[in-house]
Design a protein around this ligand. Sequence first.
Ligand SMILES: [Zn+2]
Length: 457
Amino acid sequence: MGKVFFGQIIHSKSLDNLELITDGFVAVRDGKIVAIGTRLEFEAVPEKETYEKISLSESQFLLPGFIDCHIHAPQVPNIGLGLDKDLLGWLSAYTFPLEAQYKDVEFAEQVYRTVVRDTLASGTTCACYFATIYNGSNKVLTEEIIRQGQRAFVGKVSSNRCCPDFYVECGTDDSVKDNIDFIEYVLSKNIDRVRPIITPRFAISCDMKLMQKLAELAERYKLNIQSHVSENLGELDAVREFFPKNKHYCDVYDEAKLLTSRCVMAHGVHLEDDELRVLASRGTSVAHCPTSNTSLGSGMCDVKRLLAARVTVGLGTDVSGGNRIAMNDVIRATLDVSHHLNMMKKQNVQGTGSVAPTEDNAKYVPLNYKQAIYLATLGGAEALAIADKVGNFLPGKDFDALLIDTSVYPINRYQLPPALTEKKSAEEKLLELLQKFVYVGDDRNITSVFVAGQKVK
Ligand SMILES: [Zn+2]
């Protein structure tokens, strides 16, 4: 039996096309969206009487599930720690020692159970996970994702140098062997929504030979790829030192043939114009991680510049460089960073005088909340090359959705008096519910979560 939801629906059709259906329906059967439209249009849906009917209240609406394009599952116990350091200092003081603990499969079981539960509860229907170098615990993460019903990419981390002795792969051949073992393990589960992803940690911790072998594996098994690029200035210096012959950071990955149309690179804060051209021509995407970039003082990524260069952008929590597991917080941080950039471009920041008042700066327009919703949903799906499956409510896609309730704390804490709302159109009211959710809401306002039609919260 299918299900049909009647009520208010919001989804992105593109960066600047957010569709609002104030009195509509979404019909779902076998986990897939059969039809969407206005309430009246439901009359034309074949076998309409066979659907179980669910009516949303005036304070509720449906939104596509959030897609976290970049999260390190093993780093979750470190959330909030070491953020007084920069990237490379934080990696050695906090990240490597914690990730090394995942040799212990029992420890991994405890953590990963919580990570999958909490990401789902905060509306992440699809997560693109970095795991660790240890396949025992990587398999535990995969099983937890399958058991709890999340959609995910799971990456066995590859790094064969510049990591401490207690947390490094022995050599290229061993790394490749472990990668094949993990890839075949995940594929053998034969679950469409859970896929392995090729995961070189970053160019500093992988030599060229390993990166080339990983690119071959991605090609052989038709897999997505994820890594980090141009996050922090100290990292850029180290990349120049390791790869003096390459033009820039992206050129290193391009030489390894890692930049494909199924590759997502985290951060891209300091990319040069030529690197943007390379990424756009390869169809490689960027996962923008503003909470992390701010916490580690890495920089402010200009998402509008990336989009103007035709680079696809999704959002990532980058836990635990990022200090929040919920995509709500990343959406807000995306808007904050975009506004900070805009203000820097428009005004002489007191005491710095660093920004030249150019014509481009004067014309700059920061991201708005509707565009931020696109980045967290359809943009993420495009970045992970799964927009044919999820990202919005177009018929034929899987029903990955959030039921948002604005009558629940914290959004219900402050309500406008009826005199100020009753004259507004249904569309204006719905947009205000969305604004409240974007700027004030959290996981408590996400009362149900669906992945491929299955209720997982
Ligand atoms: Zn990361």
